[in-house]
Design a protein around this ligand. Structure first.
Ligand SMILES: [Zn+2]
Length: 95
């Protein structure tokens, strides 16, 4: 299983990345036809492609793995609080 981890992590990063996709309003054409008149698509500004955010679940997993959110972040916050509290207690003893 561990042999597959690098590939799984690469897949996770790729799934979390934003990408360009055909515009859902104009189907990638760049304009919308109405009564035989073509109007510039305001969704994609006639580019035909729009930015699609990466998969939210993949992003959440990635942020948890990196320790930016989730239980690891909470443990870090508690450890930082204890360090500051210990420092303040030592400082109070020296007064
Ligand atoms: Zn469009």
């Amino acid at each position: 299983m561990l042999n597959h981890m690098p590939r799984i992590l690469v897949d996770l990063v790729e799934d979390s990345e934003s990408r360009k996709a055909p515009c859902p309003v104009c189907d990638g054409i760049g304009y919308v036809a109405l009564d035989t008149i073509g109007y510039t698509c305001i969704e994609c500004d006639s580019a035909g492609r729009v930015r699609v955010p990466g998969d939210a679940h993949a992003r959440r997993w990635l942020f948890e793995i990196l320790g930016l959110i989730g239980p690891r972040k909470a443990r870090t916050a508690v450890a930082e609080y204890q360090t500051v509290a210990n420092h303040m207690a030592r400082s109070a003893e020296n007064i």
